[in-house]
Design a protein around this ligand. Sequence first.
Ligand code: HEM
Length: 446
Amino acid sequence: MPSPLFRRLRRPPTLDLDDIQATLLRARPEPYFGTHAILEITEPAAGRELLRRLAPRVTSAARWDEPQPSWLALAISYQGLVALGLPETSLASFPANFRAGMAARAERLRDTGVNAPERWEFPFGTPRVHVAVTVFAASEDDWRAEVAAYEKELGEVPGVRLLSHQDFAADGFNVFGYRDGFSQPVVEGSGAEPLPGDGRPIKAGEFVLGYPSETGVPLPVPAPDVLGRNGTYVVFRKYHSHVAAFNKWLHDNASTEAERELLAAKLVGRWRSGAPLALTPERDNPAIGEDPNRINDFDYSADPRGLRTPLGSHIRRMNPRDTKLTVLTDVNIRRIIRRGTSYGTPLPPDRVKDDRKPRGLDFIALGARAIDNVEFLQSEWVGSGNFMGLGKEKDPMISLQDKGAYFTVPGTPPRRVQNIQSFNTLLGGEYFFMPSLSAIRWLGSN
Ligand code: HEM
């Protein structure tokens, strides 16, 4: 059985795949290994030298559907573009929220309290976060080889400093035990044919700069064209996951293992196997979770009240599909490509005491509107319930919960499950621009 992440190229691609970075279209392998590194450029010439050296190592999206042992992605923050010495006319052509950076957008993102930038881990929230390098690999050996090759280049450029290095590895299930990362929009022109439930392909300009978007015209492309075209934006958010608190909440509110698994599924809208409640509401059916043709083959038309998939569950909030919303929105411009990764060892469901080990998720969203969309999602669909008629209720998996918060499981009567906690807290993050391969070469030579 192929992984549900697997997509086969079935139409001739029309996008410039040789110039677009692989990560935009290439799903991560299952299992996966990798590293996220954050670099600081202390001299413009050194930054350009690093880009020149890394350019041949950055992988393109050509043949994105074929397995590849490892690949490297590179993205640059606004402060990174400044540190590279980009001219003012070019800097000014980037969108305002990208230029401000994630920490400055905390209010819009609802990153307050324990999630506030003042509490973030170094180097996040400082103006020193310039370049993000990510290595993805399908095996430990390939990961080590790819990281060693990139580190060799880094070691030869003294004006660039490594600020943080984070390794990750997982089998496709996140630290809470859910299969993760498979429901993705299909990009028009990528060559992918939608699988059942994927919906129609979304215009390429929603994900890659320089192509027509859902509105018929391309979104603004940063200047000059060689820099902006075939690039995209990246939202990176590092979360610490409170898995013991999550397990304890399930134990406090459900008395048997079967009840706990059902409650865990109600929070997300899917069983941990990935099988959606929409298709199998009473009990898990792991075969659906492994089947790319069935895992997304549903909508919410038969479930307007959320009796199967709660209106407030994570996936129904993040992609309401055909749910009738009280606040009118075009859901097709709210899609993001997710390339998040899990770090640390999962904690089994029977462990209710925190072992204080680092574990969590690095949430990564890509798209031409990724920054606007994550800001929108965080403030409207994560941090509020109004759009679904749920008042103050927030996303049960990823929001900062107030004291006395609850999660509603619709039914007759509905059940309010009390004392829901903040199961994921933010350790930091940043907005990045992911340049095309030709833009990386251009940046390196200018
Ligand atoms: C620690 C943080 C998070 C956890 C544990 C988590 C978990 C999950 C899981 C288990 C799924 C279902 C599997 C899948 O479709 O791939 C999912 C889907 C999704 N999540 Fe998250 N998520 C997290 C953060 C976020 C954030 C910050 C956003 C956006 C602001 C987000 C947006 C989405 C979207 C758009 C989907 C796909 C929904 C669909 O198409 O049906 N997630 N997440």
